[in-house]
Design a protein around this ligand. Structure first.
Ligand code: AMP
Ligand code: GLY
Length: 421
């Protein structure tokens, strides 16, 4: 099979790593990729957000499946254009991708489908925002309505800060005030063919920049999978997954299909396990980063068969994906000053020594080769992934590997997966 992956981050690197370890190995290309991806598969010099360029390339090169990594091509209508030309694509059309791009749309779909989520008010004026803040009380949850590259959500007990955030987003596309939900967060990925869904193994992401969940929200600083504490709550991972399929994923997918906007691709359910039960805090229309880096290394079922089945309406009756009993941990190495304005263009060394640690792989997030020198190009630079028989083992391996990597000014969290090790 000939597969084109769109994107340039650690998520896409992890997807490609999973695809090329299959037997037989599919032919994989990536547009545009990064230095780590280019070391494994050919890079295509193509704007992944240009529907015409991507479609022309896919037709010309007889691509059999396009896998869209990030949200930007989805929002730009790249999946629509590919489908219109009869090319199998894993990723929803623009209209269904609004599940991620518009919190108002997502809330309406959840309301119609009876999916449990936090109560929320879309404020049209500052006065409405203030009255919603007072109604829900502290801690305050203030969310940008549209895509905000991970910077749209503020959770704070500081009322002036909540009002400042609401004021900014009122003028930049809209704002939602939501009730605060307390509990463990879970990221669950579901493959959807528009009618049927299949769940992957759940993961937990660490969103805050600093240890002990201090500091600002980021795109994600680390993750682990599976979630051993789910067994105490639900009996087993499968029981948990089945509950989410029945109460969240299928109602959502069916509502979208009923409205004529079927969702074909990856339904990312961001969940909080509250004392009153599961609540959805967000949907994304793509694989999560860094959670993908811990879910896919554990996947035993060939990824390409799952993605193709989703893309071609063939998930119904497909067996549950199988996962290894190994666990996985990833720690993100971030640039100085991330998540504010990251300082980039710096040399990265020590990867060979890091990769020599047993069970370790490295997904590149933002790298390029400058001659023979590997340099950073963005906020999250590398995702160091380790598998092991236990979380203690996987954690130790990930941090040992990180100890070999040098990047001036870089930072990482030291407590990823500590709660399960
Ligand atoms: P989101 O972009 O919606 O995933 O939000 C980013 C992060 O903010 C989440 O991972 C949570 O940690 C936090 N968050 C979002 N909504 C809520 C909520 N209603 N209650 C508590 N925390 C929230
Ligand atoms: N790790 C969170 C996300 O991918 O949105």
């Amino acid at each position: 099979m000939k597969i084109l992956v769109l994107g340039s981050g650690a998520r896409e690197h992890a997807i490609i790593t999973a695809l090329i370890r299959e037997q037989p190995r599919p032919t994989v290309e990536c547009a545009p990729g990064n230095a780590g991806i280019a070391a494994e598969v050919p890079s295509v010099n193509l704007d992944p957000n240009d529907p015409v360029a991507v479609t022309d390339y896919a037709v010309l090169h007889s691509i059999e499946l396009v896998v869209i990594g990030p949200e930007a091509p989805l929002v730009a209508g790249v999946a629509d254009a590919l489908r219109a030309r009869g090319i199998a694509v894993f990723g929803p059309d623009q209209a269904a991708a609004a599940l991620e791009g518009s919190k108002t749309f997502a809330k309406r779909i959840m309301d119609e489908a009876g999916v449990p989520t936090g109560r929320a008010v879309r404020a049209g004026t500052l006065a409405e925002a203030e009255s919603a803040l007072d109604e829900f009380g502290a801690p305050y949850v203030v969310k940008a309505d549209g895509l905000a590259a991970g910077k749209g959500v503020l959770v704070t007990s500081d009322r002036p800060a909540a009002i400042a955030h609401a004021t900014y987003w009122l003028e930049h596309g809209g704002v939602l005030i939501e009730e605060f939900l307390d509990g463990q967060e879970i990221s669950l990925f579901l493959l959807s063919d528009g009618q049927n869904v299949l769940a992957l193994s759940p993961a937990q992401d660490y969103k805050r920049a600093l240890d002990a969940d201090a500091g600002p929200n980021t795109g994600g600083m680390g993750a682990y999978s599976p979630l051993p504490w789910l067994d105490a709550e639900f009996g087993s991972e499968n029981a948990f997954v089945d509950e989410i399929i029945d109460t969240v994923a299928l109602p959502t997918v069916r509502q979208l299909a009923t409205e004529g906007t079927p969702f074909v691709g990856l339904l990312y359910c961001g969940l909080i396990l509250t004392d009153a039960g599961i609540r959805v805090i967000e949907f994304n229309a793509r694989f999560g980063d860094p959670e993908t880096q811990v879910v896919l290394p554990r996947l035993v079922t060939p990824l390409s068969s799952l993605l193709l089945a989703a893309a071609t309406g063939a998930l119904g009756g497909h067996p549950r994906p199988e996962f290894s009993s190994d666990v996985a941990v990833t720690v993100v190495l971030a640039s100085e000053n991330y998540p504010q304005e990251p300082l980039v263009g710096r040399e990265i060394t020590g990867l060979d020594a890091a990769l020599a640690v047993e069970g370790v792989t490295i997904a590149h997030a933002a790298t390029r080769l400058d001659g023979d020198t590997l340099v950073s190009t963005g906020g999250r630079v590398l995702s160091v992934v380790a598998v092991g028989a236990t979380f203690a083992e996987a954690r130790a391996r990930a941090y040992e590997a990180l100890g070999h990597v040098s990047l001036a000014g870089a930072h990482f969290r030291t407590d990823i997966a500590a709660r399960v090790a």
